[in-house]
Design a protein around this ligand. Structure first.
Ligand code: C2E
Ligand code: MG
Ligand code: MG
Length: 731
């Protein structure tokens, strides 16, 4: 498995090891090399010193035997015996020198001695040119004690170091021409033995003289030149190498340490590599887990959105080679409620398995919600294939499921859309498929629904409203207004009706007539109901003695906790239930009278007042009024609007009022828009009235202000009048 991090770790560690090893070895080698150089330089300096010492010695000797008045006198006398006895034999025999010659001022060898026997005689060695050169050599020296000179000569017996000095009459030197003085030259061969002894003093074993061959010269060694200045050879030796010795001693243990180090480092590298691989693997797993639904093993919502937001998909869309199918299980909540969440999960898993089996080979099939599945088809065949796949998805559920011993016949709403037209975007395709699915949900047929432009009407608007509603409370887009309800006889405000308002960012002010049905369908009505009730409780605190009507949807009443919730909210806010009138429409009563009766009885027993809203619009019959414990009935505004124009309406209203009277139920007429209507209702002895003519729904603060202005009796007008009331007074 190739992994870039693991690879980098290995590379770094190996590089580190190599650098360390090379650095250590190079460091040691460099130190050894420096040590060798220093030792070689030291040795050279010592050898040079040794050579100097030899020169000093030979010059000293030559001087000792020539700065000697008696020797000079003997020479002048030609006393060979004296010279031989006092200079020659003694020196040569005691091996102070190998070679001795007394040279006359005119360049002739007068006396000479040499050793060993077979060594060439000095007169052989000292050619006239050599003597002339030697004379030149001493000429540069002053005439005084210790003024000898030295140089080298090459003889058939080897190289020789010699010193030369003038044999001088020490006490009568004045006026003597130096050139007139005889010379004493003495020297010794630089043979193996002598050089060996010299070398040993400096701990050099092999100091020797190497004669020049082919002009090759090593600048590291001193070159010796003869009396003519011609090089005769080099003093050569093997330079000591203490560094190399140290290297030899140090390398083995250092090598062992390095090997150990490399071993440990390699082990570390291997471990680090393994860890990096493991980590990379678990990262990979985490990444795939984030895109996988743990329950079904299918792609999850996140994974699906990645697919649908990919450029591949966008391109397929614009080429018309993509399709989306949505599937939503019908009534899944009921299944969940009956067999519990575990059973629900099991059902979803089975469902996913069954659906997966009918998927085309490279379908992108995903679980995008609790009971929602989505399928993205990409490719040239997608537009043709999608209808068949969608239909197969519907029929995959034909056979029932057995979960936990129960058999379930599950149906699903399936809708799909095909990419058409060049500017088709993935978002639009998804929206269309969703809309088709939504249509399928609301259709009586079980077939999969393809998207068509006819769907772009009410259904869509409703759906969008539903989504927007979900966030409305959180975004504080909902509010409550109150519309006064007035006693017809004296126009005293006796009550207010709480009406919810929604100011949506997206849709502007939405009428409750539009969004309440949506809220009922989506279940959001429960939150709205609690919100309105809570707000009403808070606002009522400012209006003592005033009753309040709150609208209740049938859907709310179906909630088993409804009565308890209301009672709890009222208690929390310190409001007694009998200040409320709950306004209900007939729908529930007609559909499920038994349950409704029980629920209403319970609310009643808790102290809540009950009001039958929109009376006359539905199937309401006198029978209902008798069966249910209503305190109020509200004549629907559709009757009021026809009041005075339609004689039937007049008669109907009259009988409704009579009915209320007979059953001891207070009657409210709603939707009073004109003074005419008010007048007529008064004539008909309607007890309470509500409508724009008296007061429009208004904010709580406005109600407070109104009540303050009206004062004690809360009468909206001091005397009867034909003109509007609140419109004048409050605007
Ligand atoms: P509703 O309970 O019959 O409420 C009376 C409706 O008539 C209100 O409409 C009110 O503004 C309107 N109205 C009052 N006086 C006049 C008038 O003189 N002329 C006309 N044309 N209309 C008048 P709104 O506020 O639009 O509410 C509509 C319906 O929405 C309500 O009918 C009620 O059924 C429902 N609703 C309002 N608020 C809530 C609520 O908080 N919960 C529930 N469940 N339903 C609510
Ligand atoms: Mg109402
Ligand atoms: Mg009404």
């Amino acid at each position: 498995m190739s992994n870039p991090i693991a690879g980098r770790i290995t590379l770094n560690l190996v590089t580190g090891i190599v650098i360390t090893v090379v650095t250590v070895i190079a460091g040691i080698a460099w130190m050894a090399h420096r040590q060798n150089i220093q030792a070689a330089e030291g040795t050279r300096t010592m050898v040079m010193g040794g050579i100097d010492a030899m020169h000093t010695r030979v010059e000293g000797l030559a001087n000792d035997y020539s700065w000697w008045e008696e020797a000079y006198d003997a020479y002048q006398r030609g006393d060979a015996t004296w010279i031989d006895a006092n200079i020659g034999t003694g020196i040569v025999d005691t091996q102070i020198a190998d070679f001795l010659a007394v040279i006359s001022p005119d360049g002739e060898v007068r006396y000479s001695w040499s050793t060993p026997e077979d060594a060439p005689k000095p007169e052989k060695v000292l050619s006239p040119e050599t003597i002339a050169r030697i004379q030149d050599l001493i000429r540069s020296a002053p005439v005084e004690n210790n003024a000898a000179r030295s140089s080298y000569l090459v003889t058939p017996a080897g190289a020789m170091l010699f010193g030369v000095a003038r044999i001088a009459p020490v006490s009568k030197l004045e006026g003597v021409d130096p050139k007139s003085l005889p010379l004493l030259a003495m020297g010794f061969y630089l043979d193996k033995k002598r050089l060996g002894t010299l070398g040993k003093t400096f701990l050099i074993n092999d100091l020797h003289l190497e004669f020049e061959n082919g002009g090759e010269r090593n600048e590291a060694f001193p070159t010796l030149s003869d009396v003519f200045g011609n090089p005769i050879g080099q003093l050569v030796w093997t330079p000591p190498a203490p560094g190399t010795a140290v290297l030899r001693n140090v390398l083995p243990p250092v090598g062992v340490v390095l090997v150990l180090f490399c071993g440990i480092a390699m082990l570390t590298a291997v471990r680090a590599r393994r860890l990096a691989l493991l980590q990379a693997q678990s990262e990979k797993q985490a990444v795939s887990a984030a895109r996988t639904d743990s329950l079904t093993g299918l792609t999850n919502r996140f994974g699906f959105s990645e697919i649908s937001e990919s450029t591949t998909f966008a391109e397929a869309c614009s080429r018309g080679e993509a399709a989306i199918v949505y599937l939503d299980v019908n009534g899944f909540k009921a299944v969940n409620d009956s067999i519990g969440h575990q059973g629900g999960d099991e059902l979803v898993r089975r469902l996913a398995e069954r659906l997966s089996m009918i998927m085309p080979p490279d379908a992108n099939f995903a679980r995008v919600g609790g009971d929602e599945f989505a399928l993205a088809l990409i490719g040239r065949a997608a537009p043709q294939a999608v209808a068949g796949v969608a239909s197969a998805m519907v029929h995959a559920l034909d056979q029932s499921f057995t979960v936990g011993g129960f058999q379930f016949q599950v149906t699903a709403a399936v809708g799909y859309a095909v990419a058409e037209g060049e500017d088709m975007t993935p978002a639009e395709l998804l929206r269309r498929a969703d809309l088709a699915m939504y249509q399928a949900k609301n259709s009586a047929e079980r077939d999969a629904v393809p998207y068509h432009s006819g769907l772009e009407t009410g259904a869509l608007h409703k759906k969008r409203l539903g989504f927007a509603l979900r966030t409305a409370i959180d975004e504080k887009a909902l509010s409550v207004v109150y519309q006064p309800i007035v006693r017809a006889s004296d126009l005293a405000v006796v009550s207010v009706e709480a009406l919810v308002r929604w100011d949506s960012k997206e849709f502007g002010r939405v009428s409750p007539a539009d969004f309440i049905p949506v809220a009922e369908e989506t279940g959001f009505i429960h939150d709205i109901g609690r919100f309105v009730f809570q707000r009403a409780c808070e606002d009522m605190a400012n209006w003592p003695g005033l009753k309040i009507s709150v609208n209740v949807s049938p859907a709310q009443l179906r909630d088993p906790n409804f009565a308890n919730d209301l009672a709890a909210i009222a208690r929390r806010n310190g409001v007694v239930p009998n200040r409320f009138k709950l306004e209900l429409t007939e729908g529930l009563l007609v559909r499920n009278p038994t349950i409704a009766k029980r629920k209403l009885a319970r609310l009643k027993s808790m102290g809540f007042g009950l009001s039958l809203d929109d009376f006359g619009t539905g199937f309401s019959s006198i029978g209902y009024l008798r069966q249910f414990p209503f305190d109020w009935l509200k004549i629907d505004k559709s009757f009021i609007s026809e009041l005075g124009t339609n004689p039937t309406a007049n008669a109907l209203i009259q009988s409704m009022i009579a009915l209320g009277d007979a059953m001891d139920i207070a009657v409210v007429a709603e939707g009073i828009e004109t003074s005419e209507q008010l007048k007529l209702l008064r004539l008909l002895q309607c007890e309470f009235v509500q409508g724009y003519h008296l007061a429009k729904p208004m904010a709580a603060s406005e109600i407070t202000a109104l009540l303050t202005r009206l004062g004690e009796g809360r009468r909206m007008f001091s005397g009867p009048s034909d003109s509007g009331y609140v419109a004048e007074r409050t605007s």
